[in-house]
Design a binder for this molecule. Structure first.
Ligand code: SF4
Length: 310
């Protein structure tokens, strides 16, 4: 068996920043320390912090008055920030700057009188946060059928935005459907799908023809990881989205001469290395690392923590 390791894979700049922020906040403030939603959508990361006393909550009123809260990489709606102020919380904002960019676009389009069509997945933390910026002005669509069902007049002032972790190919189809119905629709200056999502998808697309199966390390609620598994499946290859190699069904790889290994933007490199070790031992696999694109992106810590560090 040959293992092909996709590059880039795993942690993106936003996830690195969010995890470092939580580490730093633990150092500075200790526990109890609260995080609104999962800091990133990865079981290992969340469990590790939970083991160190971090409490993850889905509602601000679960946090005691005056405590410290971190907002996750996926961002929050303004109503959550207000609720934190009312509870007198010390808030640290670890929202990925690329999510914040989408929030700012939503605010700008709403202010300019557009109806915003947000392409994204209902209920995802990021989508909930973005919609909260202009709830009256935003319509969520998940596919081309949702675009067909929009009840906006033909000459409506329409703008569109996308969740950062969509499938590049699916988003293109939905934007094309929107532009067919509303040729006047305007979009963001640059694509909202983030560099990390695009690069990880590009690597899978390029390498998947060479392999018999694909392992995507990531959690089931990680949007960008799910998209990688779907992408591999759409090329006719069996794809396994797992938190750890031990979750790959028994015998699933027995007949595979080559396996592509990648990881979603919130999956730690340790789980990739564990996967490689297990497959090496089990099948005598050789390993080849393939770089499809270089990444050199870093985001600074949130302002609240930079001030303390400075
Ligand atoms: S996947 Fe993209 S948008 Fe999400 S945290 Fe990473 S860089 Fe930011």
């Amino acid at each position: 068996m040959k293992l092909i390791l996709a590059n880039p894979r795993g942690f993106c700049a936003g996830v690195n920043m969010a995890i470092e922020s939580l580490e730093r906040a633990l150092e500075v403030y200790g526990t109890p320390l609260y995080v609104y939603h999962e800091i990133v959508h990865n079981r290992h990361v969340v469990e590790r912090f939970r083991g160190r006393g971090v409490v993850f909550v889905d509602h601000i009123d679960q946090i005691p008055h005056g405590a410290t809260v971190l907002y996750s990489a996926h961002g929050v709606a303004p109503a959550i920030r207000q609720a934190s102020v009312q509870r007198n919380l010390r808030a640290i904002d670890a929202t990925c700057p690329l999510v914040t960019k989408v929030h700012l676009e939503a605010v700008r389009f709403a202010r300019e009188g557009y109806t915003i069509v947000l392409i994204g997945h209902e209920g995802h933390d990021e989508v909930v946060g973005t919609m909260g910026e202009a709830p009256q002005a935003i319509r969520l669509v998940q596919d081309a059928a949702d675009v067909a069902a929009l009840d906006l007049p033909a000459d409506a002032r329409v703008a569109y935005l996308t969740q950062t972790t969509l499938s590049v190919d699916d988003a293109e189809v939905i934007v094309a459907a929107l532009r067919r119905r509303y040729p006047q629709a305007v979009g963001p200056h640059r694509d909202d799908i983030c560099y990390a999502t695009q690069n990880r998808q590009e690597a899978v697309k390029e390498l998947v023809p060479e392999v018999d199966a694909v392992i995507v390390l990531g959690s089931q609620n990680s949007s960008n990881s799910l998209r990688l598994a779907e992408l591999a499946s759409s090329h006719g290859k069996p794809a396994y989205l797992v938190d750890s190699v031990h979750e790959v069904p028994d015998g699933a790889l027995a007949g595979a001469a080559s396996v592509l290994i990648t990881a979603g933007a919130s999956a730690p490199e340790e789980v990739v290395q564990e996967c490689v070790e297990v497959l090496r031992n089990r099948y005598g696999a050789t390993v080849e690392s393939r770089v499809v694109r270089e990444e050199h992106v870093n985001f600074p810590l949130p302002r609240e923590l930079r001030l303390i560090a400075g």
